[in-house]
Design a protein around this ligand. Sequence first.
Ligand SMILES: Nc1ncnc2c1ncn2[C@@H]1O[C@H](COP(=O)(O)OP(=O)(O)O)[C@@H](O)[C@H]1O
Ligand SMILES: [Mg+2]
Length: 304
Amino acid sequence: MDSITVSDLRKYYGQVKAVDGLSFSVPQGEIFGMLGPNGAGKTTTVETIVGLIGRDGGDVAVMGIDPAQDPVGVKARIGVQLQTAAMFPRLAVREVIRLYASFYPKNVDEDEVIALVGLQEKANVQTRNLSGGQLQRLSVALAIVSDGDIIFLDEPTTGLDPQARRGLWDVINRMRGRGKTIFLTTHYMDEAEKLCDRVAVVDRGKIIALDSPQALINENFQEKAIEFNQPALTADRNLSGLPGVTMVQVEDDLIILYSSEVPKTIAALMEYSQKAGATVDDLTVRTATLEDVFLKLTGRRIRE
Ligand SMILES: Nc1ncnc2c1ncn2[C@@H]1O[C@H](COP(=O)(O)OP(=O)(O)O)[C@@H](O)[C@H]1O
Ligand SMILES: [Mg+2]
C-alpha cells in the first residue's frame, strides 16, 4: 500500500489557487520531495495532507485514512515538522522531547530520538541556547517522537549553513533506514537532487514534473550548460544559432547556452564574441542540474 495517495487536491484562498489539482502517491520507505519557490503551495499541501486545514477538492489518503474523515487516526500514524514550530526557550532539549512524547500513546525512547538527531551533547541545554542548526534538529526530533510511519518535514534546512544542512540530510537518511516514509518540501535544488528518491517540481499550485532527480535531468537535457557573464550579449539573438546550441537562457547578466557539442560551441562563441567586441572570460561548463530543469519548465529560477 502507498503511504500517501493524493488525487486532484485543491485548496483555494479567495482568488489564490494555493494548491491547484495535485495528484501523486508516495510508496512506503521513499524520500519524496516537493521542490518549488516561495508561494508554490508546498506548505499548504502538507497542511491539507496531514489534516491541519481542510481542502476544497480532491481525495487524500494517509496510510489509507482520509484526514478529513479521521484526523485523529491520521495524526497517530505521522510526525510533522512545520516551518513555524514554536519552541520552549527555557526547557532543555530532553524536556521538550519528553513533553512531546507525552502527547502520544506510542513513542520512541527519548535517548534514541536524541541520538538519531545527533543532539546527545545538547540534551540538557535550554533550547534558547541552541544554534539554528541544532534547533532544526530538535524540530525534526519532535516530528519523530511519535514513531509515525510518515514524517513530514516542511523546509527543514532553510536558513542553515551547508554543514548543518548535510547533518540534517544524514538524520533524514537514518529515518529512512528505519523504514519511515519521508515527505519533504524544499526550495533547494541540491537538497532535492541529493536526498530525494523522487521529486515533484511544483509551481503556482501545480506539479510541472515528477520523477527521480536523475530522470528529470535526463528527460530534459542531453546537453551540457555553458555559462558566462557578458552584459553586451544578453539580448543577442545570434547566440542560439551557434553550432551545437539547443537553447539559450538569460538571467540578468548570466547567459546559459545548452549545447550538445561543447567544444564546437565554445570555439564558435570565442570567435563570435571577439568579433562583437564583447570578450567572454569567466566561462564554465557543467552538466545540467534540477535548477536547469526548473528554468526550462518555468522560464524562471528558484530564488531564495
Ligand atoms: N492562510 C492563508 N491565507 C491566504 N493565502 C494563503 C494562506 N496560506 C497560504 N496562502 C497563499 O497560498 C499560496 C501558497 O502558499 P504556501 O503553501 O505557503 O507556499 P510555499 O510553502 O510553497 O511557500 C501563496 O500565494 C500564499 O500567499
Ligand atoms: Mg512554505
